[in-house]
Design a protein around this ligand. Structure first.
Ligand code: FES
Length: 487
């Protein structure tokens, strides 16, 4: 307690005591619970499609254009208020889930539209694209871990004064703008240094300069014509429209447990009506999204059906979610350690992640036929992995991923992502690229090259040979004993 009787706030900074504590307790980059799911079904759900994203993005842009046109026509009348309210919500609010989904690279099957929408939405939200990409990577690695997660929006104890002004971006907005200006001037702040790799700093600076230039041009335009109207369309909606971000985002984690390596305790799924689900791009299935971030937004309702028996019951409406959140925030205002009672989380002890795994019994033991430094290890018949699939294999205690592309090219790589040790066999294979299930980084499975951030370090790959309908891999001579991957 403070002298005034207020409970002491937790230290949410990324460089403070709680950050060190989280590391020492093994909460940083920890192993998280994932419910069992049939690997083939998961693969199906992870399939990318352009259709839904084209439809939903086009509709969003159309609504934005119509609301903008109405606002323009209504200038000078009272109708301008509702028109700008709608425009602002679509600009500063509905941009958030678009930013999020395209940032994951899961909205479109084709990569470039993801990048374009991500950039545009980042500007609309005043979020520096590279900085926020890394921030979100950390949010997924260390969800609601105090001192590690830079995206904890409802710190304990809850203070109305520090959160409510953010419904108009009055606290975060100026902070983001200040940081952006600093970055544009070439100064990288401490928090950014904490989670953005140094080699990304030039890109952070470049992007900040472009965003600052655009905003400055709009201000100059306003001054030149003696009117605030241009800013009402570009810039200010990032403030007056942000309430919609919070309207939805509060349902994600607010009031739930901190410092638990199980998203079921820290993340909430809420059933919402179709209009909300369009605006929010199905992020109401937030728990499922955290469990399987490689599943695109349009497949989340189906994913929910697959795994819901392992998850706490979802909130049945926004109203029900708000009821729980308001109670939790009120209680945590006086007692930061208060937790929501009666949250039913099915026991996870009997479940374990079931990646597509080859057991020792399904494989012949290694065949040391090669001379010199390499042995050929028998990985089984060619049809042990189907076209477009990836399979985990453990050999001598080391994990590999065996790929078969849709064009029947076989490849083997190390099985753990070079970024944060995500199991690549649980990822989405898109032609010759494997997408890591943890943060959506990508590798070319033939060359091992890291082709999408946050993955940067190449993956080790191994030569596959097909002999008499069986797959063999050349491995260093001391490898080759295939062990049970599930043990
Ligand atoms: S673990 Fe981060 S991209 Fe793979």
């Amino acid at each position: 307690m403070t002298r005034s009787g207020e409970p002491v706030g937790r230290d949410y900074s990324l460089t403070g005591e709680r950050a060190a504590l989280a590391v020492s307790l093994g909460l940083a980059d920890g192993e998280w619970y994932r419910p069992p799911i049939d690997p083939d079904r998961l693969r199906e759900l992870m399939t990318r499609r352009n259709g839904p994203a084209i439809r939903d993005t086009a509709l969003w842009i159309l609504l934005l254009a119509v609301a903008g046109a109405l606002a323009f026509v209504a200038l000078g009348s009272w109708w301008v208020i509702p028109a700008f309210a709608v425009y602002g919500a679509l600009y500063g609010g509905a941009a958030d889930p678009r930013w999020h989904e395209n940032g994951h690279g899961t909205a479109f099957k084709t990569r470039w539209p993801n990048d374009v929408v991500y950039m545009v939405a980042s500007f609309m939200l005043l979020r520096e694209p590279t900085l926020w990409r890394w921030s979100h990577v950390r949010h997924h690695s260390d969800t609601i871990i105090v001192g590690r997660d830079p995206e904890i929006s409802f710190p304990r104890p809850f203070r109305f004064g520090s959160v409510l002004p953010n419904y108009l971006n009055l606290v975060s907005g100026p902070q983001m703008l200040t940081r952006m200006v600093k970055h544009a001037a070439g100064t990288i702040d401490e928090d950014t240094r904490e989670f953005v790799p140094e080699e990304e700093f030039p890109r952070v600076i470049r992007e900040a300069r472009v965003f600052v230039l655009i905003l400055a041009a709009v201000v100059v335009w306003c001054i030149a014509i003696g009117s605030i109207v241009p800013l009402l369309f570009i810039g200010l909606p990032s403030f007056y429209g942000v309430w919609m971000v919070w309207f939805f985002a509060i349902t994600q984690h607010a009031g739930l447990n901190e410092d638990v390596l199980d998203h079921r305790f820290s993340t909430r799924t809420v059933y919402m009506n179709p209009v909300f689900r369009f605006l929010y791009l199905n992020m109401n299935y937030h728990l499922e999204h955290h469990l399987f971030p490689s599943v695109p937004y349009h497949a989340l309702p189906k994913l929910h059906e697959e795994v819901k028996q392992y998850l706490p019951p979802p909130k049945t409406s926004v109203r029900a979610a708000y009821k729980e959140i308001v109670l939790a925030l009120r209680m945590q205002r006086n007692d930061p350690d208060w937790e929501i009672p009666g949250r039913e989380v099915p026991d996870s002890a009997s479940f374990r992640l079931t990646a597509t795994t080859i057991s020792s019994s399904s494989l012949a033991m290694s065949t040391a036929v090669a001379a010199g430094l390499e042995t050929l290890t028998d990985l089984g018949p060619v049809n042990s992995v189907l076209p477009g699939q990836v399979k985990r294999i453990d050999i001598d205690g080391r994990t590999y991923a065996l790929f078969r592309t849709r064009r029947d090219i076989y490849a083997l790589s190390d099985g753990l992502c070079t970024h944060g040790r995500g199991h690549l066999a649980e990822g989405h294979l898109d032609d010759c690229e494997i997408e890591c299930p943890k943060h959506n980084g990508r590798f070319n499975v033939l060359t091992g090259a890291a082709v999408r951030r946050p993955a940067k370090v190449p993956l080790a790959t191994y030569r596959i040979e097909v002999v008499d309908g069986r797959l063999f891999v050349a491995l260093p001579a001391n490898s080759g004993s295939v062990s049970d991957a599930a043990s």
